[in-house]
Design a protein around this ligand. Structure first.
Ligand SMILES: [Zn+2]
Length: 191
C-alpha cells in the first residue's frame, strides 16, 4: 500500500475530468519527483482564493469585475453570448470585437439532461431588459442553446445576430482559426 497522503492524491487526481485511476497514479508519481509540483500546489491554492466569476458577464477575474466589463472603451450596446470562457478567448484573439460578453458556463442539451434552468438566463434577461444593449450576437456551438436564446430574446427589443455560416460545419468556435472567426464575426447575420 502507498502512504496515505499519496493514496489520497491518486484518488483526487483520478476524479479529474478525463482521468482515471491509472492516469491518476501516473500523474501522482510524476509529481513526486517534479520540481514544479510545489509551484503547482501553490498556484491551485492561489487560484481558489483569488479567481472568481465576474458578476456582470461570468468570465474569470481576480478583480471586482473583469477587465472587459471594466473597460470604459468597450461598446456597451453590443453583447456577445458564448457558452464557455474558451470561446470568449477565441473571439478576443481576433482583436476586432469591441463589445461586451455574457458567458453561459454551459450548454442546453436535453439528451444529457442539461436544461435551461442550470444556466444564468434570468440574469441575462434582466440585463437585456435594462435597454443598454442594442444587439446580441449568439456565438454558441450548440444549436439547441442558440434556439433557446433566440426564443428568450423575442421578449426584449434587441437585434439578434449569429456568426456567419462561413464557419466549417460542426467547427467549434474556440478552435476555429482567427481569420475564419473574424470573417464570421464581420459577416454575422440577423436571425
Ligand atoms: Zn465581466
Amino acid at each position: 500500500m502507498y502512504p496515505q497522503s499519496f493514496q489520497e492524491l491518486i484518488q483526487l487526481l483520478s476524479r479529474l475530468p478525463g482521468l482515471g485511476p491509472r492516469s491518476g497514479e501516473r500523474i501522482a508519481f510524476h509529481l513526486l519527483d517534479n520540481e514544479e509540483a510545489g509551484k503547482l500546489a501553490g498556484l491551485i491554492k492561489e487560484v481558489k482564493e483569488k479567481v472568481h466569476l465576474c458578476p456582470s458577464c461570468n468570465y474569470l477575474t481576480e478583480k471586482e469585475v473583469c477587465d472587459i466589463c471594466g473597460n470604459g472603451r468597450r461598446n456597451r450596446t453590443l453583447l456577445c453570448i458564448v457558452e464557455e470562457p474558451a470561446q470568449l478567448e477565441a473571439i478576443e484573439r481576433t482583436g476586432v470585437y469591441k463589445g461586451l460578453f455574457y458567458v453561459l458556463g454551459g450548454k442546453i442539451s436535453p439528451w444529457e439532461g442539461k436544461d435551461p434552468s442550470a444556466l444564468p438566463f434570468s440574469r441575462l434577461f434582466t440585463r437585456l431588459s435594462q435597454g443598454e444593449v442594442k444587439e446580441v450576437i449568439i456565438a454558441v456551438n450548440e444549436d439547441f442553446t442558440a434556439l433557446y436564446i433566440k426564443k428568450l430574446l423575442q421578449k426584449v427589443p434587441v437585434k439578434v445576430t449569429r456568426l456567419a455560416r462561413g464557419l466549417p460545419v460542426g467547427a467549434r468556435i474556440e478552435y476555429v482559426d482567427e481569420a475564419t472567426l473574424l470573417e464570421a464575426l464581420k459577416n454575422r447575420s440577423e436571425i
